[in-house]
Design a protein around this ligand. Sequence first.
Ligand SMILES: NC(=O)c1ccc[n+]([C@@H]2O[C@H](COP(=O)([O-])OP(=O)(O)OC[C@H]3O[C@@H](n4cnc5c(N)ncnc54)[C@H](OP(=O)(O)O)[C@@H]3O)[C@@H](O)[C@H]2O)c1
Length: 476
Amino acid sequence: MATKLQPAVIAIFGATGDLAHRKLIPALYEMSAANQLPTNTSILGLGRKTDITDDEFRSQVRKSIRDFVGSDSEELGHWCEKCIHYFGMGDSGPEDFEKLNEKITAIERTFDLPGNRIFYLATPPQAFGPTIESLGEAGLNSSEGYTRLVIEKPFGHDLKSAEALNDLIHKHFREDQIYRIDHYLGKETVQNLLAFRFGNALFESVWNREKIEKVEILVAEELGVEQRANYYEKSGALRDMVQNHLTQLLTLTAMEIPTAFKAGHIRYEKVKVLNAILPIHDEDIVEGQYTEGEIGGEGVRGYKEEDGVKKDSKTPTFVSLCLRIENWRWSGVPFYLTTGKRLKERRSEIVVTFRRPPVTIFKPEEKNRVHPNVLVIALQPNEGFRVSFEVKKPGSEIAVKTEWMQFSYADSFGPLPDAYHTLLYDILEGDQTLFVSADETLASWRLYTPVLHSHHTLYPYPAGSWGPKEAQKLKG
Ligand SMILES: NC(=O)c1ccc[n+]([C@@H]2O[C@H](COP(=O)([O-])OP(=O)(O)OC[C@H]3O[C@@H](n4cnc5c(N)ncnc54)[C@H](OP(=O)(O)O)[C@@H]3O)[C@@H](O)[C@H]2O)c1
């Protein structure tokens, strides 16, 4: 079936980089192969080098699609030939942006395009501000069709820098043109939080402080810092994961029911959650850094021994914190957010623990101990969810046992699309629901910036563990 989307020129700044080659261009190719990309949609790779030809860039793209999509065909060759272009921005001065405008106009003329333009900033964050300023000054913030600006994470590094970036964006673009990426929002399982909560009266009726004891959000990585020490040394776990991904999971778990399934309504409810979170005190947070250990039976280095990391680095690679949402629905329910590198296994999940029955009619010995019902929303791996129930073991005596009822996405639907596939489709469609609003970025940084500026003990933990044991004490 042909797509209902309008064709556009998708200009990617940082098109020679990892994100563009591993995620963005493969996702666009998959959309094209699935007839979701409008005919004549053109992808214009932008980089600083001026000596790369269209053909050279096309063969890099073809290799990436071979490597990351696993397909190579005559159609792919035709697609690259027709849809992929490259333009070298040099030192990105005003005249380079003028030439960029001419290049885009020429593509639009050749393919009879209606003037829709998407500028995707996939460069390191220090280039976001200058690129936005130059786009605005060159008049590339509007066109005959729509003009949209996509900004990768990280969006600022504290409240002040996020405010400055938002102010700069709003100097040149309207908020309805902006798509701030948090790729967690493109994951099917994250979107399913909304369907799960608001499509099932069964859960929504118990989704409150009366019935829920605690909520735990975990994003655990097996990987260490890899080749990203330069970025990570300045970032650390709170900026890299908590301020964006884990906080998005928190707001979707805790928000009120939006008036409609529309971007404005959903974003409004998410901001309300962030504004209701109490300030984070020192005793609510535990930070750690991995030391040498073992992952999957193999010895791995400690963080300070990683390439590019300072020998006396104080950068946290683990953080666990307890947040309190002071509103009618959640007052008194702790939300624990935990993330770390070099943990025991790669796992992301939201665990909701319900309150135990107020009175037990069973005898209190171990075989009759009643455990709380637990709902685990698994985001990766094995996407899906499971709920625990207490059941009677068959037999003449009364003995209670915990069993699980489960749903697996893979079993029901097969493989899930990549998050970037979903997000790129929504950008072309003009749907901002899965993107972060200016208000959200500020509310989130307002919460975490004081934490970044206060001093915390950095507890060591061996690679391959679940983090410092002090983190367990947070949970009482
Ligand atoms: N990689 C991922 O999986 C991932 C995931 C989430 C978010 N992100 C975000 O996506 C963005 C791109 O990430 P990446 O991993 O693709 O980065 P990258 O490979 O380091 O850089 C992307 C490209 O940006 C260009 N570039 C580098 N420095 C620049 C500068 N000062 N001004 C203008 N252009 C510059 C380079 O291309 P030229 O030399 O050709 O100009 C480079 O190939 C970052 O903001 C990152 O935080 C990445």
